[in-house]
Design a binder for this molecule. Structure first.
Ligand code: NAD
Length: 477
């Protein structure tokens, strides 16, 4: 595949390419050129012109183009799902869900963009301005840079590109290095549907090179980044130099609280779904399972029993529950984090090993609240940390004893306990009787503390990627 600078399908100006491999077999799927800084600058230059023309394109026309793309996306869903599954490692079924969600996100932004109205404000509320009338409207920001992580490339491309395009901005997207192919294909399909080539550009390449260059450009009005807290912090610093707006969706160590009066079977099922999805590589996975002491053993037994039956295998084969991690280095890191946690005193109740280079067995670790895994150690793999608590207040305190605060959840049949959790837990979403792995397309998704800045979702991002212009008619009233 290629990079798409001003619509040209082409190689980078340098000769470096990034290999994209299926991590179950190590087979080469395709390569993408690694964009140089020169390539990134060309994209920025083209985007300036693209932004102006697209902002003048009426919303109904932008909507027609994006809706044409959505129809095409739905028609090619199964083929794209195979590509996504192969390059990412998530199961084919999950890749299909992700593409369905991506289509719904594009559609959601199109619908909301039609209601991005301003206000008409008679200024008689202020003495001396009685004769003035203020009219507000929302205008696009200009050039947006979207930077995407590997775990949900299609869905997050939809959140960045769908919002930017529906709101009338130009966007340059830097896909993840390990699985850039689905996103690159989706961008081609947007061009085929009619999005001008200088309005949407794909700069494949390395984060520290092409990504860094794009973020530092004074031509960029906003950076929308999803990825680790570590890189997000660098991006915030670089964006600040030009006063670019920076929206950050970052790392997390979400807590799921299981109270003794909760539905234990449902809690076990939600815990497994949320932690095995994308092979454990989800920002809002229930990475910490806080279970009340009185039901702890029962919960653990049920969890271990069900997990032991899960099948590790090739992500494209039917019956596979857990596929490979995104690359070998990621699997080695998870294996080390498991060993580190055992070194801190945790007990291994299941799994614990890396198999065939890139796979991690579903792993259950019995930990205590003082360990790193119970606070800030984010493990990106199918690892379940079990932590016992005595009463609800202790559970809430453990949940909050983290630098992160993306999602959270509480299982209880008591509405007062549910509301206690809802009010006290420091997280963007508190889900009652469901797992933390929960992101409706319209929700105000985003974190407290070091899980991010801003909220992303079809009801919110259009406001973040536009600005208010006030036109005042003086003396007309
Ligand atoms: P990452 O931070 O390593 O990379 C994300 C993207 O940033 C990649 O495209 C990478 O090339 C680019 N990048 C790296 N350095 C850069 C730099 N200096 N300047 C500009 N771009 C740069 O993250 P990852 O490993 O791909 O994803 C995993 C992390 O993302 C986890 O911490 C996870 O929790 C988080 N995440 C958060 C959300 C959320 O919505 N909060 C969603 C998904 C993933």
């Amino acid at each position: 595949m290629s990079i798409q600078l001003n619509g040209e399908q082409r190689g980078a100006s340098g000769s470096a390419v990034i290999e994209v491999r299926n991590m179950a077999t190590m087979e080469l799927i395709d390569t993408v050129p690694a964009a140089t800084m020169e390539d990134a600058q060309k994209a920025l230059d083209a985007a300036q012109a693209g932004a102006k023309a697209w902002a003048r394109t009426p919303i109904y026309k932008r909507a027609e183009i994006i809706n044409r793309f959505v129809r095409h996306l739905r028609a090619e869903r199964d083929e794209l799902a195979r590509l996504l599954s192969a390059e990412n490692g998530k199961t084919l079924e999950q890749a299909g869900w992700e593409l369905d969600t991506a289509a719904a996100i594009f559609e959601g932004f199109v619908e909301e963009s039609k209601r991005l109205f301003g206000q008409t404000i008679p200024l008689e509320i202020q003495s001396g301005l009685e004769k003035d009338l203020m009219i507000t409207k929302r205008e696009p920001l200009g050039v947006i840079v979207g930077i995407i992580p590997f775990n949900f490339p299609a869905e997050l491309f939809a959140h960045k590109a769908g919002a930017a395009l529906a709101a009338g901005n130009a966007i340059i997207v830097k896909p993840p290095e390990d699985d850039p192919l689905t996103v690159t294909r989706m961008a081609e399909m947007l061009h085929e549907a009619g999005v001008p080539r200088d309005v949407l550009q794909i700069v494949n390449g390395y984060g520290e090179e092409a990504g860094d260059y794009l973020v530092k450009s004074p031509a960029v009005q906003a950076v929308s980044f999803t990825g680790s807290t570590e890189v997000g912090t660098i991006i915030a610093q670089n964006g600040a130099k030009n006063l670019s707006r920076v929206f950050l969706e970052l790392g997390a160590n979400d807590a799921m609280i299981v109270c003794e009066d909760g539905d234990l079977d449902a809690a076990v099922d939600h815990a497994i779904f949320g932690r095995l999805l994308a092979n454990g590589q989800v920002c809002c996975a229930n990475k910490r399972l806080l279970v009340q002491q009185s039901v702890y053993e029962e919960f653990k037994t049920k969890l271990v029993e069900k997990l032991a039956a899960k099948r590790i295998g090739h992500q494209l084969e039917e019956g596979t529950d857990v596929g490979p991690l995104i690359n070998e280095a990621a699997a080695v890191k998870v294996e080390r984090q498991i060993q580190y946690t055992i070194g801190q005193g945790a007990t291994l109740a299941l799994g614990g090993k890396r198999v065939r280079q890139t796979f991690i067995e579903p792993t259950v670790l019995e930990a205590t609240k003082d360990m790193d895994i119970a606070k800030d150690l984010e493990i990106f793999g199918p690892v379940f940390a079990l932590i016992a608590f005595e009463d609800l207040q202790e559970a809430i305190d453990i949940a909050n004893a983290s630098q992160y605060g993306l999602n959270s959840s509480i299982f209880t049949r008591d509405i007062y306990k549910a509301m206690e959790g809802g009010n006290q837990i420091e997280a963007g979403i508190v889900s009652v009787n469901g797992g933390t792995c929960y992101r409706p397309v319209c929700s105000a998704f985003g974190g407290y503390k070091k899980s991010g800045i801003g909220r992303e979702g079809t009801l919110y991002t259009l406001e973040e990627l536009t600005q208010i212009k006030s036109i005042v008619l003086r003396g007309v009233m």
